[in-house]
Design a protein. Structure first.
Length: 71
């Protein structure tokens, strides 16, 4: 999260969303990752996601990688 423009370090099925390693997080994740109730969570799972053009809707999960100091 030190470079918010390039936060994706791994992605499965990126062809579905046209996203790739090096891309930025979604607006949903950006809005939720810093919420106090989510800071220590290892992931957020089963939320509604969609492609940037809104044509595809799917179930999404995001996993956070923390260092020893929870950053």
């Amino acid at each position: 999260m030190s470079d918010l423009e390039h936060t994706i370090v791994a992605i499965a099925n990126g062809s579905v969303t046209q996203r790739k390693v090096g891309d930025t997080i979604t607006e949903f994740v950006f809005q939720n990752v810093f919420e106090p109730q989510n800071v220590n969570e290892p992931f957020i799972a089963n939320y509604r996601g969609q492609t940037s053009d809104g044509k595809k809707v799917f179930k999404s999960s995001t996993y956070y990688i923390h260092d020893d100091s929870k950053k």
